[in-house]
Design a protein around this ligand. Structure first.
Ligand code: GLU
Length: 280
């Protein structure tokens, strides 16, 4: 099997040192194995994506010396596929429309018992307020959620993680998913699909064998694994790498413009300097 990795930035701001670390890690892993490295532009949120940020992604990555083996996969060019998947699941009676605002959800969620999380990788764990509403109620401004218990009553699957923080096999069951994620959003209002749904469809369509990404997405993997089971998609191996942090220990965010690759580039740093800065 050919090892295929990908880097999937959102064009919503400049790439920073954390992105550089992620992209280089995925790239080098593919190259070391004689495999392929792919680039995905995660521009599903059309209200935030900007063409100039996308252009900067290509410039920064090329400057870093990275090459990708296929034309970039742009999510905005696959919206009808994501929508078809939502409609397929809705057609099977597994979805419901949801009009809850964040505030509604916070107010409806009962005080969590000790040891049970309040938030999961899909936001605040949804208390199920709209569960059971018919899809005929759905209008453009509403989200579409998956009724987990109905969709995956016998869920019991695993995925393999090779990253440093949680190495080994991880089990995903309906009970763990309901407790740690809740009924996930498949499509946000005015968006074709949620990040979680689009990413599992894309990883399958691009035949990604190894998902290399930051540790902040480790908790999302159980949900993505469940969606793969539901849609009959293959499961890649996962590798969640350490996060690059600032001096105060805070992980870098898009607004940390000072650590943008383009600034180091303009200041005369070399790609090897960047590798050193992120500990490679
Ligand atoms: N677009 C996501 C991000 O920038 C990454 C998605 C993924 O690697 O699965 O955080």
């Amino acid at each position: 099997m050919t090892l295929r990795t990908r880097f999937a930035p959102s064009p919503t701001g400049p790439l920073h040192l954390g992105h550089a670390f992620s992209a280089i890690t995925a790239h080098d892993m593919a190259r070391a194995a004689g495999g392929q490295f792919l680039l995905r532009i995660d521009d599903i949120d059309q209200s935030r994506a900007r063409p100039d940020w996308e252009e900067l992604i290509y410039e920064d990555l090329s400057w870093l010396g990275l090459t990708w083996d296929e034309p970039p996969w742009r999510q905005s060019e696959h919206l009808s596929d994501y929508r078809a998947a939502v409609e397929h699941l809705a057609g099977r009676g597994l979805c419901y429309p949801c009009s809850c605002s964040r505030r509604d959800i916070a107010e409806a969620a009962s005080a969590p018992q000790e040891g049970t999380p309040e938030f999961g990788p899909d936001g605040r764990i949804y208390p199920g307020t709209c569960r059971g509403r018919p899809m005929s109620d759905w209008t453009e401004g509403m989200a579409i959620r998956l009724d987990l218990a109905k969709a995956l009553p016998d869920l019991d699957v695993t995925f393999t993680e090779t990253g440093p923080a949680h190495p080994g096999a991880h089990r995903v069951t309906l009970d763990t998913l309901l407790a740690q994620v809740g009924d996930p959003v498949l499509a946000r209002p005015h968006m074709a699909a949620s990040y979680h749904l689009s990413v599992v469809l894309d990883d399958a369509a691009q035949a990604i064998s190894h998902v290399i990404r930051g540790e902040d997405l480790f908790d999302a993997t159980q949900l993505q694994r469940a969606l793969q089971a539901l849609l009959g998609l293959p499961t890649p191996t996962y590798h969640h790498h350490r996060l690059i942090r600032d001096e105060a220990g805070k992980r870098l965010a898009k607004r940390d413009d000072a650590r943008a690759i383009r600034h180091y580039r303009e200041d005369g740093a070399s790609p090897d300097d960047i590798r050193r800065m992120v500990g490679l």
